[in-house]
Write a protein that binds this ligand. Sequence first.
Ligand code: ZN
Length: 269
Amino acid sequence: MKKRSRLLFFVMVCTVMVIGYNAFIKTEETTTLPPKQSVVEDGAAQSGGEVQPEIGSGTAETGQAEKTGDGLAVIAQPESMTVLVNKQNMLPENYNPTDLVYPDVRFIFSEKLDKRKLRKEAAGGLEKMFAAAEDEGILLAGVSAYRSHSTQKTLFERYVKRDGLEKARTYSAFPGTSEHETGLAVDVSGSDGKCAAADCFADTEEALWLERHAHEYGFIIRYLEGKEAITGYQYEPWHLRYVGTELAAELAASGETLEEYYDAVPVTN
Ligand SMILES: [Zn+2]
């Protein structure tokens, strides 16, 4: 697709519903209670001193011109494989993916929990990717994939109750803004589970393999190093997002984030 038509498509899939939402939450959350210190998207301890820039007010070119302040747009086509979910674009409250399956891959836990699930197409990609890695002696394991909106909501509310809204949103994602709710995102570690969703995963042989090959199976490293101001997240080498092989290859080649691809870069840039 041409950049212009992609943009047009993106404009079409986004409504201009604006929600009063004062400050951007800085991080997503784990499915377990996070430690008292700040955590990054998937629960890893924040490596000290990093200032996570807040995304500015609205986006310049997504067609969400009415969005002001720290407003959030509600995504109109949440089922799209290439959907952009971030701190500015949230899933509709009632959205639940309808084609979730259990990918037949290793996880770092043995229970058959919802957080193993991915949408069918993404699950197929994950199975192929894990098998290809294993052929090269790289043993990958899933850490956490799907998280329902109600789970996210329950957790977020629990944190707010415990720590207050201001503090809760420094480590927990506002419901609807976690990519894990799409069923297209999965956190991956090595099979030993060491450094699962933690900064030390970077530079492991598993992380390096994923960086080189994930796109061949339709996945991108969603929160890239050096793009924190654009994605709103710290570098997360473990957080993979399925977008399909075509787009994944394009992004891998260009080094762009999903935000840049959609020209949805924060206006502060
Ligand atoms: Zn994640």
